[in-house]
Design a protein around this ligand. Sequence first.
Ligand code: PLP
Length: 395
Amino acid sequence: MIAENMVGMVKNSSVIRQMFEEGNRLAKLYGAENVYDFSLGNPNVPAPAEVNAAIKEIVDSEESTFIHGYMSNAGYEDVREAIAQSLNKRFDTHFNLTNIVMTVGAAGGLNSILRTILNPGEEVMTFAPFFGEYRNYVANFGGKLVVVPPNTVDFQPKLDEFEKMITPKTKAVIVNNPNNPTGVVYSEETIKKLAAIMESKQKEFGTEIFLIADEPYRELAYDGVEVPYLTKYYDNTVVGYSYSKSLSLPGDRIGYLVIPDEVADAEDMKAAASVATRILGFVNAPSLMQRVVAKCLDAKVNVEAYDKNRTALYNGLKDLGFECIKPEGAFYLFVKSPVEDEKVFCEVAKKHNILIVPGSTFGCAGYVRMAYCVSYETIVNSLPHFAEVAKELGL
Ligand code: PLP
């Protein structure tokens, strides 16, 4: 008999993952080129050439114990120092290796930091629409996820609601910028207001409220838009970064946490985050990949390819009468369902071999998410099928 609290989790297991399996099934039936799978945020743009070159260079070096061995739970010191200096150069910060804990992607980092700070019953807030896995990550440590309802006008967080909903039990606020599933970038103005509310609530309640910046999409921003670096706006900020999307390495599981010295009890936090990484069973982030990312700090994926997809899908759907705002980052488009129940939209789309994810998965019913990290041809070829869907739904 599996644990009681796993029963529901298995039953509600990721809708996105189920779609991904469905996509594989349809591809076998109809041929992959006839299936338009916008379900999973699995980058189609290859990792930059520097990544494979770095892997070869490292494995061809002779120090194989050094390549494959255990190291400190927080990761290799030289890798962490290199990352800290790269951040300092880019964001005018003043980190050093002690501020960096290497993690098993963003998911590993978020779980480690939540393990570090959460007592059972404490609340973690986030803004809808949000990455649905936060529910599970927070539940892993007995926390309660409190979701601020969506602002469907421009999908910036609803800060007036946030201010009303924050309580003395609020231990952390997770902000994902650029955002999955909307592609919206929370502006500097938004971040400043959010920080001011959190500062004043910390004072009012006499508590510490941590801001967790979940940033796997930081490098995927278009039209020159700036993505604010949150440690500069609020002292109690921890950043969770990942190379899954920025270097197209989702299966290799590598990222890091930044715990600045300004964070309350920073020394304890850094120590606890390293221990959390170990005791959650990660032990340490993958050794080879730590070495690889340290050699690829300035490497970039082909963001222009995503940008081209973004424009093609956005313009194509707008021309067909669909409503959506143009994303400024990540590789998702959040589209208003032409019918009230977006699951009906998803079902009709599926009949036309188009796979899209219901917004309710992200705490925002009435919308669907389309991941455009697919080939440009998939987008172009999907549009006549979207036209059929639009007709069937009376657009
Ligand atoms: N956070 C957000 C918002 C994501 O979209 C994802 C993955 O899609 C993750 C975290 C997890 O990323 P990783 O593969 O680095 O664990």
